[in-house]
Design a protein around this ligand. Structure first.
Ligand code: SF4
Length: 224
């Protein structure tokens, strides 16, 4: 049995593939515990389903012109299930994206398949997660070497940008083109206010800016 919080059709709201039509599968559960987690309320309400039922449902809702986005929580807690699911459904979608905190290194089918991409979001001090939990060297190196990952940092202020550079971008040699800065925000108002600051950091340090379209369009609503 695997806990699922929600499954819904929408558009990708963040990162490199922003705007793409996508089926979202949100798995419930995470062991990272970021203080500002904006999805906890949703994934805490997850219900357990049989693996076969989930795979069947995803197939029913599939379309070769849309992405499948597997999110959470931390989906890589369920790596073995993701291997089964992705093997079964990969041909039914344009691509698969897996959203992860980059605290775990994937293994098996999802680690190798070239049509599976990773939207990683490594955590900074502002998450209040202990450093040894946040920075998993092997995992970060895997994502970087896979050539199928982007690195999205949630930013509150310039200190966060400097920390991302010092703790991740410089030591792992992450190319700027793979780095996205995204404003830390829980609602539309916060997002707009902080975007004005974060966009200036993107210009100054030459990183990509990632909007949060779901906040711009739907504010705090989820599953839309
Ligand atoms: S890793 Fe993601 S899901 Fe887990 S606590 Fe942090 S923000 Fe929430």
């Amino acid at each position: 049995m695997i806990p699922i919080a929600e499954i819904f059709y929408s558009i990708q709201g963040e990162g490199k593939t922003i705007g793409s039509p996508a089926l979202f599968l949100r798995l419930a559960g995470c062991d990272v515990n970021c203080i500002w987690c904006d999805t906890k309320e949703v994934w805490m309400k997850g219900k357990a389903f049989k693996k076969e039922e989930i795979i069947q449902k995803v197939k029913e809702l599939s379309d070769k012109n849309i992405h499948l986005i597997i999110t959470g929580g931390e989906p890589l807690i369920f790596n073995e299930f993701l291997n089964e699911l992705c093997k079964e459904v990969i041909e039914h979608f344009r691509i698969i994206e897996i959203e992860t905190s980059a605290t775990r290194k994937p293994f098996g089918f999802i680690a190798k398949n070239k049509r599976i991409f990773y939207n990683t979001s490594p955590k900074l001090k502002n998450s209040k997660v202990p450093r040894e939990k946040r920075i998993n060297k092997q995992a970060i190196e895997f994502f970087l070497n896979s050539k199928r990952a982007i690195f999205k940092f949630v930013i509150e202020n310039e200190e966060d940008v400097i920390e991302a550079i010092e703790d991740f971008i410089k030591p792992f040699n992450i190319p700027h083109e793979l780095v996205y800065l995204m404003p830390q925000s829980k609602n539309r108002k916060e997002f707009i206010e902080r975007s004005l600051i974060v966009v200036e950091f993107c210009k100054k340090y030459k990183f990509n800016f990632s909007p949060r379209l779901q906040l711009v369009i739907w504010d705090m609503a989820t599953g839309v």
